[in-house]
Design a protein around this ligand. Structure first.
Ligand SMILES: Cc1ncc(COP(=O)(O)O)c(C=O)c1O
Length: 387
């Protein structure tokens, strides 16, 4: 994290609320992912934080990208296309996977000329892809346990493993090519058994498909790699050791393995600085009102089930306080019991590890704009500045 002095200086310079993204941390997270999982190419899940500067930094570090909409696809395409030609590598399958199993027809038609790699999980989607994106390569998303993950995804997507081989056969019968399998263990997955079970289920499906004459070449192990929000999250090293052992045990060396990490890459890279704009004592409890809240950078409290801590730069004896955002809605409650010292209007507070699923889902509710974003240690080659 940037030092307190730097956070305060940037807040003075740019105003608040201010989200400060440290690109040294982004590069470090990417490097750790690749070092610990050397067999896995990382497709950064753009939904976690779609800032173009972040896309460029990951691209220059060697990442590929997971997109979930045509908007994200265009964003990545524009940002990697504009880099010097030497930076472009084996575009486009090696660089982008469209990993939303449900795609509208217009999206498929726009994607088709790029010969995209897309996921699917049902027969209707096969018919749609055949008609509107016949040049796409496919990855079948299977449903795997999401037990204990902070954000559960398996109720919305994923073919039952028992129907997987039939869905692979159906796509080939439709004249399409299934390149691989994909799964997602749920976001912020701290139950590493989910990964183990998902890999074993994948190995069974790959074996069954091969037995029916369909040899798939790719496995996409999705996202879910947890960010170290607190001391209860076991280390990434431990997870990587589990994954590497399962890869060796279950899969031939020629199977290409990719992943779609979002949170792990960006959560720890950003800190929010906000300002106290109101203060009241209600029923004996101190309440602070900030100029950022649930409809803005703290949207993850609602959509991501993530509890962020508010910290003060000021020292002093603390009491348990409620902290609210600036809108008129009571839902705009950041936390009900944060230990904070006595703060005055205009004092700054900050929240760490808030880079994922935060600014990405900010709104303009009540007319309050999303926080400004400043990028530090940003070294994009063809443009941009260093803060
Ligand atoms: C298809 C897909 N891939 C990747 C991700 C990123 O997951 P995470 O941020 O947990 O790594 C998500 C998150 O919802 C997703 O839906």
């Amino acid at each position: 994290m940037a030092s307190s002095a730097l956070l305060k200086r940037l807040a003075r310079q740019h105003g608040t609320p201010l989200l400060i993204v440290d690109h040294d941390v982004l590069r470090r997270n990417y490097a750790e992912f690749r070092r610990r999982l050397p067999r896995v190419q990382a497709y950064y899940a753009v939904k976690a934080n779609p800032a173009p500067e972040i896309i460029r930094t990951f691209y220059e570090a060697g990442a590929s990208f997971d997109v979930a909409s045509i908007g994200e696809f265009r964003l990545v395409y524009e940002n990697i296309k504009n880099l010097p030609p030497a930076q472009r590598q084996n575009y486009i399958w090696d660089k982008i996977i469209y990993a939303n199993p449900i795609k509208d027809r217009a999206t498929l038609e726009e994607l088709d000329p790029y010969k995209p790699l897309v996921t699917y999980d049902n027969p209707e989607e096969i018919r749609k892809i055949r008609r509107h994106a016949p040049h796409a390569g496919l990855a079948l998303r299977i449903r795997v346990p999401n037990t204990g993950s902070m954000v559960e995804l398996s109720s919305k997507f994923g073919a039952a493993p028992g129907e997987a081989a039939d869905l692979i056969a159906a796509a080939f019968d439709a004249g399409l090519v299934v390149e691989g399998l994909s799964f997602h263990v749920g976001s912020q997955c701290t139950n590493y058994d989910n990964f183990v079970q998902a890999l074993n289920m994948s190995a069974q499906v790959l074996e069954e498909a091969a037995g029916r004459g369909y040899a798939l070449r790719l496995l996409d192990i999705g996202g879910g790699f947890p960010a170290p929000y607190d001391g209860n999250v076991r280390s990434f090293r431990e997870l990587a050791a589990v994954l590497n052992a399962e890869f060796r045990r279950l899969f031939p060396a020629e199977l290409e393995i990719i992943a779609e990490p979002g949170r792990f890459m960006v959560a720890t890279a950003a800190t929010l600085v906000a300002e106290v704009i109101g203060k009241a004592d209600r029923d004996g409890k101190r309440c602070y009102y900030l100029n950022d809240g649930i409809y803005h950078t703290f949207s993850g409290v609602l959509f991501d089930h993530c509890q962020y801590h508010i910290k003060a730069f000021k020292k002093g004896p603390t009491q348990l306080c409620a902290v609210f955002g600036p809108t008129c809605d009571a839902l705009d409650t950041i936390c009900q019991s944060e230990p904070l010292p006595d703060l005055n209007l205009g004092d700054l507070v900050y929240s760490e590890n808030i880079g994922a699923y935060s600014h990405a889902s900010s709104t303009w509710f009540n007319g309050f704009p999303p926080a400004q974003v400043v990028h530090i240690n940003y070294q994009a080659r063809s443009r941009g500045s260093r803060a």
